[in-house]
Ligand binder design. Structure first.
Ligand code: ZN
Length: 183
């Protein structure tokens, strides 16, 4: 990221709002905002193939990772949406550790995003790299662009992608049952 350009853009934004970008409280804001955007968009430099490369061979039943927290930025308003990602898959030959799934979620959430697209990208990456018998990804999130402005609705938005065996009612049911269960 061109951080000096990002700082200049931020200074322009502050002045366009009608602020004095030189006042004390705002003096370091362009630098902070540039650092922040670098961090919040670091998913662009992450490669899902690389993240999922170090799998190990093990035949198990359904693997479920519940409530992986994430923060993303909606591409329409540059405001956060945040919530939990639930992942289920049925390995055909390889499984990955939980830390890989967390990094995979980071890879697709730390970008300008749409919740629907992020859900699909996580499911596709698992499908293409682990070749499981099935993948399910369910994302539950709150969108600040809907809560702070516009319709001012605080509803949770839920999106899901179901592939392979999860298209079968019983498998899907088992997955949703595991999500409901308190551990
Ligand atoms: Zn939005």
């Amino acid at each position: 990221m061109d951080k000096s350009r990002m700082q200049q853009v931020t200074r322009d934004l502050l002045e366009t709002i009608g602020e004095n970008a030189k006042r004390e409280g705002l003096r370091d804001t362009p630098r902070r905002v540039a650092d922040m955007y670098e961090e919040l968009t670091e998913g662009y430099s992450m490669d899902p193939k690389e993240i999922l490369a170090r799998e190990w061979n093990e035949v198990t039943g359904m693997v479920v990772a519940k409530e992986i927290g994430f923060f993303s930025l909606c591409e329409h308003h540059l405001l956060p949406f945040h919530g939990k990602v639930n992942i289920g898959y049925i390995p055909s030959k390889s499984v990955v550790g939980l830390s890989k799934l967390v990094r995979l979620v980071d890879c697709f959430s730390k970008r300008l995003q749409l919740q629907e697209r992020m859900t699909k990208q996580i499911a596709d990456a698992l499908n293409e790299n682990l070749h499981p018998y099935g993948v399910a990804v369910v994302v539950q999130a709150r969108h600040l662009c809907m809560e702070m402005r516009g319709v001012k609705s605080g509803a949770d938005i839920i999106t899901s992608e179901l592939r392979g065996q999860f298209e079968k009612f019983e498998t899907r049911n088992e997955f949703f049952e595991m999500l409901r269960k308190e551990v």
